[in-house]
Write a protein that binds this ligand. Structure first.
Ligand code: AMP
Ligand code: DBH
Length: 558
């Protein structure tokens, strides 16, 4: 038996009442959403892409509805029921959309892993969420996910936990089975007064401290952000969104992303790999009108478009977010790609900021936008949590109708990441302009942002420290022309040990430990001594800063 979902920190009743009264929170559940949109837009094209076996696929909304039900039936046959957590780690294939909507229909909770996650992360997510099943595609990009499921299962068993069922979408037939009479896929919402306000899925966070945490999101809060995002971004039935980023990321899922497009009756085009070649082919073929990119991908598109002159004439808006877009690259979105730029500064915990499509270049090219909602509360504060004047740099705190009040099963981090009155400490340093626009100027969290992927320094350090030849380890982000930051791991070896090539040994060690590919350090440096820092709460943070500054001067920029 799986444990029920634990209680999560949530909005006080006074806020719930306010968000309901303001119309931010409606009673729509994800099951309602799936049923309603698949019926309403039945004949329109919902999803274009490839399936687990590489076949080209084009599903109408009605077909998507059938596929979601078929996925729900298969999940139910594997033992998944309402309220269960299911870790999904699929690449950008059409089954991803069917599985997620299928889980929504049955009232089970997706936990959004990435295809780049490995046994270490997936064991952690399965364990923390007490997952009933792990959904994978048999083999992808040379990685065997079935073998990884075995590894995850062995680890959980040795910790006395029940392993998740393996669900391999590569074994699913290309045509859906006829729907079962039980209709397990189409269950109605739970019998509570506000089913839409129950936790509907767990999203992942790079977080502000420690390793990835699970973010509990509800239909009420999430669909509010999705509806508003769709409206801000001008989505409609003619929208064709190209999804080149990993589909499970919060950005391509909800800002306005796949859900925003399905809400509006448009089409989602899934790119199975992020290369400009694949993207340009799909834009030409499907006449994509919109794409969401992280800055390194935007740069890759720009340089590829300069060389190849693809037909991007259908492209109206290119969104860039996930990491700071440099002011130098921003104008090239229009100059080279011929599209309007929209900057997006968001977080899986909630708050999303957009530059609006009708705003002047001065704001669009140099700010990261302003919040979605008039109910988003934003405070920019100094080290004592006192608000600073507009234009001055400070730490960004936020609270609102779609920003969580706490992570799932994370009491200690919650004390650090949220104020007593429920503001989320984003860990971002910003300047707020009188117009409400935010400019992201830096960060006060121990995190590396590698081209939009967030990595907690502590996670890499902890793993490096488990190697017997390592006395101490520090992971920092060093400036990188292309990625924004790359990961540098600095290790201090055990004094008495003679390791011929600790850097190579450690690289192999981290990979073998099951660390996600994007977290593997780009550079490993050995130092016999670490600089002295003050003792105390912030000593490791000081050490990271000192080493990052020193290495930035010494190592040529990547
Ligand atoms: P996460 O909490 O893992 O969802 O990551 C969200 C974080 O990504 C934010 O708190 C920022 O640090 C960073 N981020 C997202 N979008 C932008 C952007 N447009 N500019 C700068 N940083 C961003
Ligand atoms: O980086 C992010 O997490 C992010 C970026 C843009 C996000 O969660 C979002 C938009 O919703």
């Amino acid at each position: 038996m799986r444990s029920p979902l634990m209680r999560v920190p949530s909005w006080p009743e006074e806020f719930r009442a306010r968000y309901r009264a303001a119309g931010c929170w409606t009673g729509e559940t994800f099951a309602d959403f799936v049923r309603d949109r698949c019926e309403r837009y039945a004949e329109r094209t919902a999803v274009v892409g490839t399936d687990a076996n590489g076949r080209s696929v084009r599903w109408s909304y009605a077909e998507l509805g059938r596929r979601a039900s078929a996925a729900a039936d298969r999940l139910a046959a594997a033992g998944v029921t309402r309220g269960d957590r299911v870790v999904v780690t699929l690449p950008n294939i059409v089954e991803y959309v069917a599985v997620v909507l299928g889980l929504f229909r049955m009232g089970a909770l997706p936990v959004f892993g990435l295809p780049s996650h490995r046994a270490l992360e997936l064991t952690h997510f399965c364990s923390l969420s007490d997952a009933t099943a792990l959904v994978v595609v048999g083999e992808w990009d040379g990685h065997d996910f079935r073998a990884m499921h075995d590894e995850v299962s062995a680890q959980l068993r040795s910790a006395g936990q029940e392993p998740p069922e393996l669900i391999d979408v590569a074994t699913w037939p290309s045509a859906p089975d006829p729907p079962t009479v039980s209709g397990s896929g189409a269950a109605d919402g739970p019998g509570t007064a506000h089913p839409a306000e129950e936790v509907a899925f767990l999203q992942l966070s790079g977080g502000t401290t420690g390793i990835s945490k699970l973010i509990p999101r509800t239909a009420a809060d999430y669909l509010y952000s999705v509806r508003e995002s769709a409206s801000i971004c001008g989505l409609g039935e003619s929208t064709v969104l190209l999804v080149s980023l990993p589909a499970a990321h919060n950005f391509p899922m909800s800002s306005p992303g796949i859900l925003g497009v399905l809400h509006s009756g448009g089409s989602v085009v899934l790119a199975r790999d992020p290369s400009p070649r694949t993207a340009f082919r799909l834009i030409e073929q499907e006449r994509c009108t919109m794409a969401s990119l992280v800055p390194p991908l935007a740069q890759a598109w720009i340089s590829a478009a300069r060389r190849r002159t693809p037909d991007l004439s259908s492209l109206d808006v290119v969104q860039v977010g996930g990491a700071r877009l440099s002011d130098a690259v921003a104008p090239q979105i229009r100059e080279v790609l011929g599209a309007r730029l929209q900057q997006v500064f968001g977080m899986a915990e909630g708050l999303v900021n957009y530059t609006r499509l009708d705003e002047p270049d001065g704001l669009v090219l140099t700010t990261q936008g302003r919040p979605i909602s008039e109910y988003d509360e934003v405070r920019v504060v100094d080290a004592e949590d006192r608000e600073v004047a507009d234009g001055e740099e400070g730490a960004l705190l936020t609270r609102g109708p779609y920003t969580i009040r706490g992570y799932y099963r994370a009491e200690a981090p919650n004390r650090d990441s949220f104020t007593a009155d429920g503001f989320y400490r984003t860990g971002d340093l910003v300047r707020r302009l009188p117009s409400g626009h935010l400019v992201v100027t830096g960060r006060d969290k121990d995190q590396i942002n590698r081209g939009g992927e967030k990595i907690a320094s502590e996670e890499i350090e902890g793993l490096a420290l488990s190697h017997p030849d390592v006395l101490d380890a520090i992971a920092v982000g060093l400036p990188d022309q292309y990625l924004g930051e790359r990961i540098c791991l600095v290790v201090r070896p055990e004094p008495d040990r003679e390791v011929p090539d600790l850097t190579t040994v450690l690289g192999t060690y981290l990979r073998a430990a099951g660390l996600a590919t994007y977290k593997i350090p780009d550079l490993i440096t050995v130092l016999d001594d670490f600089p002295e820092t003050h003792v105390g709460k912030n000593s490791r943070r000081d050490l990271r800063r000192t080493l990052a500054a020193r290495l930035t001067d010494q190592v040529p920029a990547g």
